[in-house]
Design a protein around this ligand. Structure first.
Ligand code: ATP
Length: 439
């Protein structure tokens, strides 16, 4: 009898377009254990040249027993002959937002494990059940372009490691049946029954109620992102990573969702934000842009400055932080600029009224009034020690995509990277919806 779990694992392995060592993120729960077992079986059953597996368990150290559970996964991996590491979340844990903090830390630790084990990509055990929960949770929020959208099958983490979710179309029940048929057990995380967590409440509701409609597939979303990318290339110019310029005619075209997403994405990057504004803010902004009236409106930390000559976007000159950077270290200032010290310790703050920055922006062709305002939010890099000399490498940071980039947004993310003077993002190691679109 064909087995959906094994078939899914095998077609995932066949989708690789280059050799890879895959780090399987195994919590010890049914989904990730099923993924490990199925990928291992797939590699045994068929030759997949250049592919191999390693595994990692993150011990969040949030409850007693987590260390021994991680050790149980280690023993299971040893039985399969798969190299495995346990990475422990050391130090103080936040009191609120623990799940989000655990997720952030987990990805950072998985990335470290991938480096240590020489892995090129990560595979996680997310299932269709997780997808339903994510869609239900996101539809409660009201963010543009993300509302009803689910998780992507692939995601680039930290600009360099692709995270893949091969089981995203499988139901958890099928994976459990697959493990049960092989006499393999799994760990049930007690926090999965803790109703203080939104995901748990949503899961309980979905178990008895109606499932949410699945969002458009990756292909549709990639096509929309490609249309947004074309808009960006044609209509948006960014100067010094500080200000964007759009022709007056294009500016009012906010009823086109692909253009709106393009404009909002570029605005998010200029504002140092990793998300688009909420729907109410977008509606306010759309009304302003549609009116065609000159004037200024601030949305999501960004000033939309509409003049007869065009629409200009730049970060508002409020709540600008100061950042200390240790010798030879790297830091991200205001979510907008990555600064690496090439020598002594540094301090980064806003330039304030800086004639030099304003002149650079005027030379780039911006109106003097816009240049003066945008220069206020440029970075000023100073040595922490007055006597020292600042030596630094500065690069634009793209908060919207530099930590998590959904696979289907890559074409748009690349267009934005180019606008901000950066290299394109690396392509995924598997054949995906973009392979035929961008090669
Ligand atoms: N402690 C862990 N150690 C290793 N991998 C883990 C751990 N916890 C979760 N994972 C990986 O992440 C997958 C999804 O787990 P879970 O649904 O708990 O995470 P999530 O926080 O909802 O995921 P996401 O990172 O997409 O938000 C698991 O199938 C597994 O591959």
């Amino acid at each position: 009898m064909p087995d959906a779990v094994l078939d899914t694992a095998s077609s995932f392995l066949r989708s690789f377009i280059r050799p890879a060592r895959i780090l399987v993120a195994v919590s010890g729960g049914s989904d990730s254990k099923g993924l490990l077992v199925a990928l291992h079986a797939g590699l045994q059953a068929e030759e997949h040249r250049g592919l191999s597996l390693v595994a990692c368990t993150v011990d969040h150290a949030l409850r007693p027993g987590s260390a021994s559970e991680a050790e149980a996964v280690a023993a299971f991996c040893a039985g399969l002959g798969v190299a495995h590491r346990v990475y422990r979340w050391e130090g103080d844990k936040p009191r609120s937002g623990i799940q989000a903090a655990a997720r952030t830390r987990r990805y950072a630790l998985l990335c470290e494990a991938a480096d240590e084990l020489g892995a090129d990509c990560i595979a996680t055990g997310h299932t269709l059940d997780d997808q339903y929960e994510t869609i239900a949770m996101r539809s409660l929020r009201d963010a543009e372009g993300q509302g009803a959208a689910g998780m992507a099958a692939t995601m680039l983490y930290g600009r360099r490691l692709w995270v893949m979710r091969p089981f995203l179309k499988l139901r958890r029940g099928d994976i459990r049946a697959f493990l049960e048929a092989r006499g393999i057990g799994w760990i049930d995380d007690p926090s999965n029954a803790n109703h203080e967590f939104e995901r748990v409440r949503v899961r309980t509701r979905l178990a008895t109620g109606e499932l949410p409609a699945l969002s458009p597939g990756g292909r549709k979303r990639a096509a929309a992102a490609a249309r947004s990318a074309a808009f960006i290339e044609r209509h948006i110019r960014v100067c010094e990573g500080l200000a964007a310029e759009v022709s007056a005619r294009q500016a009012g075209n906010v009823d086109d969702p692909d253009w709106r997403r393009a404009l909002l994405s570029v605005a998010a990057v200029l504002g140092g934000r990793d998300h688009l504004p909420a729907r109410a803010t977008i509606e306010r902004l759309s009304a302003f842009l549609r009116s065609g009236e000159p004037g200024r409106l601030t949305a999501g930390r960004v000033v939309f400055d509409r003049r007869a000559s065009g629409l200009y976007l730049y970060r508002e000159a409020r709540s600008l932080p100061a950042l200390a950077i240790a010798p030879a270290a790297r830091g991200v200032w205001d979510g907008r600029f990555a600064v690496t010290s090439k020598g002594p310790a540094l301090t980064v703050a806003a330039a304030g009224a800086s004639g030099a920055w304003a002149q650079r922006l005027i030379d780039a062709g911006l109106p003097a009034g816009v240049a003066k305002r945008a220069a206020l939010v440029a970075p000023r890099i100073m040595p922490a020690d007055i006597a020292g000399e600042a030596s630094a490498e500065v690069e634009c940071h793209i908060a919207l995509f530099d930590t998590f980039l959904p696979g289907f947004d890559r074409i748009m993310a690349d267009a934005i990277a180019v606008l901000f003077g950066r290299d394109r993002y690396p392509a995924s190691p598997v054949r995906d919806v973009l392979t035929e679109m961008v090669g």
